[in-house]
Design a protein. Structure first.
Ligand SMILES: CC(C)(COP(=O)(O)OP(=O)(O)OC[C@H]1O[C@@H](n2cnc3c(N)ncnc32)[C@H](O)[C@@H]1OP(=O)(O)O)[C@@H](O)C(=O)NCCC(=O)NCCS
Length: 185
């Protein structure tokens, strides 16, 4: 994926842009320390702003790496950092990208995750050689599945007992959704 650049994207309500070191406090306050968010993420609740600082330092280093996309999501109306949308996996050989996202619970159910994912899908198909964009969620995370459906991703399968759900400490399935270039056209 030679053109995998985290380019600034603007939508009706949002700006998706590269993270900057001084975003750490907002990332911590609005997303990282929010219990409701980390219920469904592979990462755990941030105990300290230092976690956000370390993460953003890593992202800033990775902006030189053309296999990674890492956007922070800014709500235009208030100029607030409300979430992140990133590539969890990028396969350069086969042009597949797995997307992950997380938004502070104060901003849920306003359509923002859908708006951002749609914009990222458009960007990836228009400006990179990506063939398949996919995302996965644990079945209890109903909102995340809705977001994938609303942007036109299709259910491609159930990955059985693919992770230990940290809320129940039991194995749980992952639902996998994808959109391929042909669907996008
Ligand atoms: C999942 C998440 C990204 C959704 O973000 P969002 O900005 O609220 O998403 P949207 O508003 O664009 O869409 C959410 C949809 O799910 C629906 N929804 C949310 N919770 C629901 C529930 N429990 N049951 C049914 N529908 C639900 C909303 O009504 C909305 O659908 P609608 O537009 O048809 O009304 C957000 O909740 C989040 O960040 N969660 C924590 C991190 C996370 O789970 N990340 C994804 C890991 S796979």
């Amino acid at each position: 994926m030679e053109k995998a650049i985290t380019k600034k994207i603007e939508t009706k309500n949002l700006i998706l842009r590269k993270a900057k070191l001084n975003d750490a406090a907002e990332l911590f306050l609005n997303v990282g320390r929010d219990n409701k968010v980390s219920k469904y993420t592979v990462w755990n609740k941030y105990d300290d702003v230092k976690v956000a600082e370390n993460l953003i330092e890593k992202w800033v280093r990775e902006y030189k790496d053309y296999n990674k996309f890492r956007w922070v999501v800014i709500l235009k109306e208030t100029n607030t950092l409300i979430g992140t949308i990133t590539s969890v996996n990028c396969d350069k050989t086969n042009n597949t990208v797995e997307i992950g996202y997380a938004y502070g619970s104060l901003w849920w159910n306003k359509g923002y995750a859908t708006e951002a994912l749609r914009a990222v899908i458009n960007y990836l198909f228009e400006e990179t050689p990506v063939e398949t964009i996919y995302a996965q969620f644990i079945p209890t995370n109903i909102g995340s599945g809705k977001v994938m459906e609303k942007v036109g991703m299709k259910h491609e399968g159930t990955l059985r007992n693919r992770l230990i759900d940290k809320n129940t400490n039991k194995y749980a399935n992952l639902e996998s959704y994808s959109i391929i270039r042909e669907d996008y056209k």
